[in-house]
Design a protein around this ligand. Structure first.
Ligand code: ZN
Length: 100
C-alpha cells in the first residue's frame, strides 16, 4: 500500500517501521525521519506475521523480542516501546515480500 511512498527529504523509497513509546514511525532508512502515527491506532491493521527487534539509537539490532502475529505481537511491541526502547518491526510473511 506504500508503493509510492517516498521520503520528502531525500527521495528514498526504503523505509523501516519503528515503534517508540506510543508512536508508530515509518522511518526513511537514510534520514531516519518519517511520518508518525499512533501505534495503537494502526495495531489492528497489523494482521500479518511480524518480527519485532529491539534496536539502539544507531539502528543496530540488539535483540529479537517477538515473532508472530496478533495480540501477542502487539503486546510485546507495546510493552517494549513503552519503556523507551526502539522496536523495529518487519513483516515476515512471504506475501509481503517485494522485489525492487
Ligand atoms: Zn530520507
Amino acid at each position: 500500500m506504500d508503493d509510492d511512498f517516498r521520503c520528502d527529504d531525500c527521495g528514498s523509497s526504503k523505509f523501516e517501521t519503528i515503534v517508540h513509546y506510543g508512536s508508530y514511525i515509518s522511518a526513511c532508512t537514510t534520514c531516519r525521519q518519517g511520518p508518525t502515527t499512533s501505534f495503537m491506532a494502526v495495531a489492528p491493521a497489523l494482521t500479518g506475521i511480524y518480527r519485532a527487534t529491539l534496536i539502539d539509537d544507531d539502528w543496530r539490532h540488539l535483540e529479537q523480542i517477538y515473532e508472530g502475529q496478533g495480540v501477542g505481537f502487539v503486546e510485546a511491541v507495546r510493552i517494549a516501546a513503552r519503556s523507551g526502547s526502539r522496536v523495529l518491526i518487519r513483516p515476515i510473511a512471504d506475501g509481503d515480500r517485494r522485489h525492487d
